[in-house]
Design a protein around this ligand. Structure first.
Ligand code: FUB
Length: 310
């Protein structure tokens, strides 16, 4: 007799509000880093003070590792514990986190740990700090030749070349601004006139580089959808690929995180689906998808959960 497949459920976490999912596969587990929307809002705005970690071996049963890094651990920051991403290098774990600096502006902090579930320790100063509001939503990727890239930004997509220590970057190259053209990101309703909004997710598959991001359709009043661009080189030029997840059924923001795990490809995203959900009370979900033969990706529907990964 065939046993029914175990099925996971969306939202993945229902004990707290979580957003901005960032998966990392390490060992035999998928580690999921998220932000945390507090129940009680301050000034009716995003109220976010710490980062959370969850892990799974089968995409159905999740272990809650709790708070792994917080504004209390970053002496120079006072607000906005926003969308992070983690990476492992040489047995250490680096968590890149946008925060609001005491005194103004956004900057990118780095926490370092010896274990994927932390605790993470701040390096003591911002890694990227241009003195503006663009320095948010870092995405990190280490290429086959060992060069690590940190892309980030809203409304502009920018990058730095990380040094091998992963906590500093090549200052001669500096912060590079990607040309925000319609060819790269499609025409859209965000401040650059393109669809690119924020929340980039950078990775490589079969020699093709992917940039997945939250995007705005042309015109006003849209929620974010997810879109992607590709490039033959890690630093572009980028070519617009299409919509990855439509804005229907979402909240004002959405935020992509992509990982392959146990032979399956997953897109993590967020919605306002939990009871009490809103643009400031979001919840992390996951959908399985496949690539077309040419590497393109068709739009991925929001879903109620994924099958167990054996
Ligand atoms: O969660 C706070 C901000 O909203 C993130 O940094 C953005 O990507 C958007 O999700």
């Amino acid at each position: 007799m065939e046993h029914p497949k175990k099925k996971g459920k969306n939202p993945i976490i229902d004990s707290i509000y979580t957003a901005d999912p960032a998966p990392m596969v390490y060992g035999d587990r998928l580690w999921l880093y998220t932000t945390h929307d507090e129940d009680e809002l301050v000034n009716d705005f995003y109220t976010m003070r710490d980062w959370r970690c969850f892990s799974t071996q089968d995409m159905v049963n999740w272990t809650d590792h709790g708070k792994i890094f917080s504004l209390d651990d970053i002496a120079w920051a006072d607000d906005r514990a926003w969308a992070p991403q983690a990476v492992e290098r040489g047995g250490r774990f680096y968590l890149y986190c946008p925060v609001h600096k005491t005194g103004g502006g956004m900057a990118i902090a780095v926490g370092v740990a010896d274990h994927p579930a932390g605790p993470f320790r701040d390096i003591g100063a911002p890694l990227v700090d241009e003195g503006d509001w663009n320095d948010i939503d870092p995405t990190v990727f280490i290429d086959d030749d060992g060069q690590a890239y940190l892309y980030f930004g809203n409304p502009e997509l920018r990058y730095v070349l990380l040094n091998e220590d992963m906590v500093s970057y090549n200052r001669e190259v500096g912060v590079v601004k990607i040309p925000m053209t319609a060819e790269s990101f499609a025409e859209g309703g965000h401040m650059t006139g393109t669809s690119y909004g924020e929340g980039p997710w950078f990775y490589k598959r079969n020699g093709l580089y992917y940039m997945v991001y939250a995007a705005f359709a042309p015109g006003k009043g849209h929620n974010e959808h997810l879109a992607y661009s590709t490039s033959l080189h890690p630093t572009g030029p980028w070519k617009y690929g299409g919509v990855l997840m439509t804005e229907e059924g979402g909240v004002f923001t959405n935020h992509p995180g992509i990982a392959d795990f146990k032979g399956h490809s997953y897109l993590f995203y967020h919605t306002g689906e939990l009871p009490g959900g809103s643009l400031f009370h979001r919840s992390v979900c996951v959908a399985e998808f496949t690539y077309n033969e040419d590497g393109s990706i068709d739009p991925i529907p929001k879903c109620s959960g994924v099958d167990a990964a054996e």
